[in-house]
Design a protein around this ligand. Structure first.
Ligand SMILES: *Cc1c(COP(=O)(O)O)cnc(C)c1O
Length: 440
């Protein structure tokens, strides 16, 4: 299939794989209230309540969560030295923060918010259905030996470029489930090894992510004891991510950040299939309404959300359909075709998408390490381009003008969501630094 993208200021750059910003012509106020969407804003509150109810069980399974009473939380870090290093020293950039999901406990990436959530919610549901957990009974029962024996009769399966597999595999094994992870050819060897050490069955496919997911779905459909975490369609994953927004709101309040019509908030969210950034964006819209503007960021060769949303097509458009390769070092974002579910939810809610090249990812990885001691994997750095695109790029300036916030940018807050990295082995991290130094 070859697709003709519509006329748009970003089109030529997209097709030539040059970094650019696309702003969404369908973006509108209060899009979250659209009753035809397959989700309700109150689902975000329900997800936060689920996390809270599961916290004692999470704390029992993962002792590293004790200090946070079983919550899986990351820090909000204001940029200091790194601000100048990135070229964001001027007052026109307002305040700039990193939301450090690179250091999320349990899985070392934003996938802890989705994968761990889905596995634990499923475990509770299964245990209730099969009479293992009675109403009102202590949720920590599910970490006991009887529960482990029970869960070991079931398998959790998932398709992944790496990090979702890690998160689901770790969560599943902690409860005693069997786990199978179908990995795409992009998956890094250390992620495969780490899972095998945990007793996870890893099936490596010589194919891209979309194919790995299809294979996993096929196997699961033939066997009722397999529960498939479907990254292309799962509401549970999406809502697990969405609960990050209330965590962020509390941290912003603590940092004395106001978010209102005169104080806009910008989120920059690295996008693969769209579930993690979509879930966070949906949660943020639930809390901050029209005063938050969410942008996805993708590699120049893998802008699947950009090309699909720009196309305006009903059927999913992939990056191959417009002649791009889906080749990138950013394994967490090496996805050729976005989730149809996320595309529907984000259609009128996403401010835009910008793209970045791999050389920039490595440059930011090195800067974040040297200037602010933040450990990132390449995918996780992509959001650092955000403030520049919004404040300086012609499409960004047009966006701010249309939103009537161009006079408020010195009072704005930019949040770069850094999505993974703390689990990267030292040897691999040093190889990243070396690549970055060579390209400096
Ligand atoms: C998975 C992942 C993303 C993107 O999340 P999707 O749900 O695939 O859109 C971004 N960065 C990192 C590090 C990831 O692991």
């Amino acid at each position: 299939m070859t697709i003709e993208l519509p006329n748009d200021p970003a089109r030529a750059d997209v097709l030539a794989a040059r970094p650019t910003l696309w702003t969404n012509p369908l973006y509108r106020d209060d899009a979250i209230a659209d009753a035809s969407l397959p989700l309700d804003p109150s689902d975000v509150d329900a997800a936060a309540a689920n996390w809270k109810r599961l916290a004692p069980l999470l704390e029992t399974c993962f002792p590293e969560l004790a200090a946070a009473s079983g919550a899986i939380r990351s820090e909000l870090i204001e940029l200091k030295a790194l601000r100048d290093g990135l070229g964001y020293g001027g007052p026109e950039f307002g305040r700039v923060f990193v939301k450090a999901d690179n250091a999320l406990p349990v899985a070392g990436s934003i996938k802890a918010r989705g994968g761990v959530y889905e596995v634990f919610v499923y475990a509770e549901e299964l245990a209730k259905r099969e009479g293992l957990l009675k109403d009102g009974e202590d949720i920590r029962t599910l970490a006991g030996p009887d529960a482990k024996a029970f869960f070991s009769r079931y398998t959790i399966a998932v398709g992944s470029t790496g990090n979702l597999g890690l998160s689901v595999g770790i969560a599943a094994r902690a409860l005693g489930f069997k786990a199978t992870v179908h990995m795409s050819s992009d998956a890094k060897a250390w992620k495969v090894e780490r899972l095998r050490k945990l007793g996870v069955e890893v099936v490596q496919h010589e194919a891209d992510y979309t194919t790995a997911v299809e294979k996993a779905r096929d196997v699961a459909e033939s066997d009722p004891t397999i529960y498939f975490v479907d990254d292309e369609q799962s509401r549970r994953l999406f809502l697990g991510y969405s609960a990050a927004a209330s965590e962020l709101a509390a941290q912003l309040a603590y940092a004395d950040v106001t978010v209102d019509a005169d104080h806009p908030l910008f989120l920059y969210l690295p996008c693969g299939i769209g579930g993690a950034p979509g879930g966070v964006a949906y949660g943020a819209k639930r809390i901050f309404g029209d005063n938050v503007h969410c942008f996805f960021v993708e590699p120049v060769q893998s802008p699947c959300a950009l090309v699909h949303m720009m196309s305006g097509a009903q059927d999913l458009v992939s990056v191959y359909d417009v002649g791009l390769t889906n080749v990138t070092e950013a394994d967490g974002m090496a996805v050729a075709r976005m989730s149809a579910f996320v595309a529907t939810v984000m259609r009128d809610m996403l401010a835009g998408v910008f793209t970045v090249d791999d050389a920039s990812l490595f440059r930011w990885l090195l800067l974040a390490h040297e200037m602010q001691d933040i450990r990132l994997e390449p995918s996780a750095t992509a959001g650092f381009a955000g403030p520049d695109f919004v404040v300086k790029h012609p499409q960004g300036r047009a966006f701010c003008k249309a939103q009537r916030i161009e006079g408020h940018l010195d009072r704005a807050t930019h949040i770069v969501w850094t999505t993974g990295g703390s689990f990267v082995p030292q040897e691999q991290f040093e190889a990243f630094l070396k690549t970055a130094a060579e390209n400096r």
